[in-house]
Design a protein around this ligand. Structure first.
Ligand SMILES: [Zn+2]
Length: 518
């Protein structure tokens, strides 16, 4: 039930790779504008990037500190953090999930965790093994929806965690609030579905998607027609779309189905049409196949065919700005660690490279090259690209990059574009910094993205409806929304000021976390 994305999961997407490890089911997705989410299915690992993704920094348990009213207490011993879901206070009726996250570089592949709540529904609960989770490969044991609290009384519960064979045991206090305190719109919220020619759109009642349903359906139909036209292939059958009423990652994921964040005041600033188109391209791209579709080109193709990443944008000119800023990343380095490289730079460079190649060689020749890339013995995607480039165009990756950069240097750049590229990158870095500190379930490398189909079967909406909602969360999210509006309106000076203001607040928060840890 839980989802986890993996980077190239995108690629692998053979979708529904549900992994049942006892009670744990992990689904991997494609991440798109995306980020992929999740966990460690062996199948997925086979397609993940050649270079192991960097392990994200795990900060002190923000979930515990940010929800003073109902919360879990007594964090685990130093080696572990426990993250509970749904986010925020827990209520009677919740089906609670646990992530037992390792904070230290210790060998845990042979270890497992058992959880139980003595004398209650979780007695002799379940065990789960440790494994890499998410695109970031974070080492953790994941228990999805294992604790059904519907028959319990509100109050305090002692949850015991035991790591074996390491013989580490600790107890955490979990507070369950009365069911009647569940916040709106959740008490009346249900899954609902709308069928149109391209898609099956799943949404939760009482959310923005329900309110704007006609608009959402029209957009989906329009974007699908455009994506089909540009890729020259159709979906075969209607694609499932799950509308998520909270921010997850950067707002879009694709596997065999599409997940899109759609909500009022989206602090990650997504444009629904743009993200839908991007994810649809991924699905069609996957249908067209290719033994190894390198992440750099997968994402580059989706951004190129969507005429932009988070908005419509002149790709070559904006990539040229990266050279001016000194932020350009060498292609071999980017290809080998795509999802852990700076996100916006990677997507922009990939898209500009695809555009450059299509303009130089033509779509057909580019497409033949792209579908004819195969795993390299070195496991490096840069080497795999290099081999196919030599076969198809008699060019090395190094030579292609020389030519590509030469083309970029001939681009006309206006000052506003420099501000826009620079601040867009800074804005999304700030979004991710906020997520790591105060909304960790949303951070793309380790995002919590439960499988939509299973959520619908089990009639679970809480994992998508709840999010950290302290005053601090709401304040910073409002500022992020303001930055996005300012940047889209060209108010760069104001946008920069607000970004600085947010980072100052996050600096202070980090200092507080360090003090508490000491
Ligand atoms: Zn993508």
């Amino acid at each position: 039930m839980l989802i986890n994305f993996t980077s190239d999961v995108y690629i692998a997407f053979d979708c529904y790779n549900y992994i049942m490890r006892r009670l744990l089911v992990v689904v991997s997705f494609f991440l798109i504008a995306c980020q992929a989410v999740s966990s460690a299915a062996p199948v997925l690992l086979a397609t993940s990037p050649a270079s192991p993704p960097a392990t994200p920094t795990i900060t002190a348990e923000p979930t515990f500190t940010s929800q003073p009213t109902a919360v879990r207490a007594a964090p685990a011993p130093g080696e572990f953090i426990v993250q509970l879901h749904p986010d925020g206070p827990l209520f009677i009726g919740d089906r609670v999930s646990f992530e037992v996250i390792s904070t230290e570089e210790i060998e845990l592949e042979e270890s497992n965790v058992a959880i139980r709540v003595e004398g209650h529904a979780l007695d002799e609960l379940s065990t789960a093994e440790f494994g890499g989770f998410g695109i970031g490969g974070r080492m953790q044991a994941t228990f999805s929806w294992v604790w059904d609290t519907s028959e319990l009384q509100a109050g305090e519960y002692q949850v015991e965690f035991s790591v074996q064979p390491d013989d580490l045991t600790w107890t955490e206090t979990v507070h369950l609030l009365p069911a009647e305190h569940v916040p709106d719109p959740e008490p009346h919220a249900r899954w609902s579905m709308a069928n149109i020619e391209c898609c099956t759109v799943n949404y939760i009642t009482g959310t923005r998607a329900a309110r704007d349903l006609e608009v959402v359906l029209d957009l989906a139909e329009m974007q699908s027609e455009n994506a089909i036209r540009r890729m020259g292939i159709d979906f075969g059958e209607p694609i499932p779309i799950t509308i998520v009423p909270r921010v997850v990652g950067h707002g879009g994921f694709a596997s065999n189905e599409i997940y899109i964040s759609y909500l009022d005041e989206n602090y990650a600033g997504n444009d629904l049409a743009q993200v839908l188109h991007h994810e649809m391209i991924h699905i069609l791209d996957r249908r067209l196949g290719g033994e190894l579709r390198p992440s750099l080109l997968v994402e580059g193709l989706a951004v190129y065919l969507s005429n932009g990443h988070f908005k419509k944008e002149p790709l070559l000119s904006r990539a040229a700005v990266l050279l001016d800023l000194g932020w350009y990343l060498p292609l071999n380095q980017l290809a080998d660690a795509f999802y852990t490289s700076q996100h916006e730079i990677g997507y922009l460079e990939g898209a500009a490279l695809v555009q450059y190649m299509v303009e130089r060689f033509g779509w057909e020749a580019f497409n033949d090259f792209y579908r004819d890339i195969h795993p390299h013995p070195s496991e490096k995607q840069s080497s795999a690209i290099d081999v196919s480039l030599r076969d198809h165009f008699g060019l090395s990756l190094e030579q292609l990059e020389v030519d590509f950069k030469g083309r970029l240097r001939r681009q006309h750049i206006i000052p506003d574009m420099v501000d826009d590229v620079r601040l867009t990158i800074t804005y999304y870095d700030t979004v991710r910094r906020y997520q790591q500190l105060l909304d960790p379930s949303a951070f793309f490398l380790t995002a919590w993205l439960p499988d939509g189909e299973q959520m619908r079967e089990r009639e679970i909406v809480a994992d998508f409806l709840r999010r950290p909602s302290t005053e601090e969360n709401l304040d910073i999210e409002n500022l992020l929304v303001k930055v996005d509006r300012d940047l889209r309106a060209g108010n760069y000076t104001q946008g920069q000021k607000t970004i600085h203001q947010i980072n100052r607040r996050l600096d202070l928060l980090e200092e507080q976390i360090v003090l508490r840890a000491d």
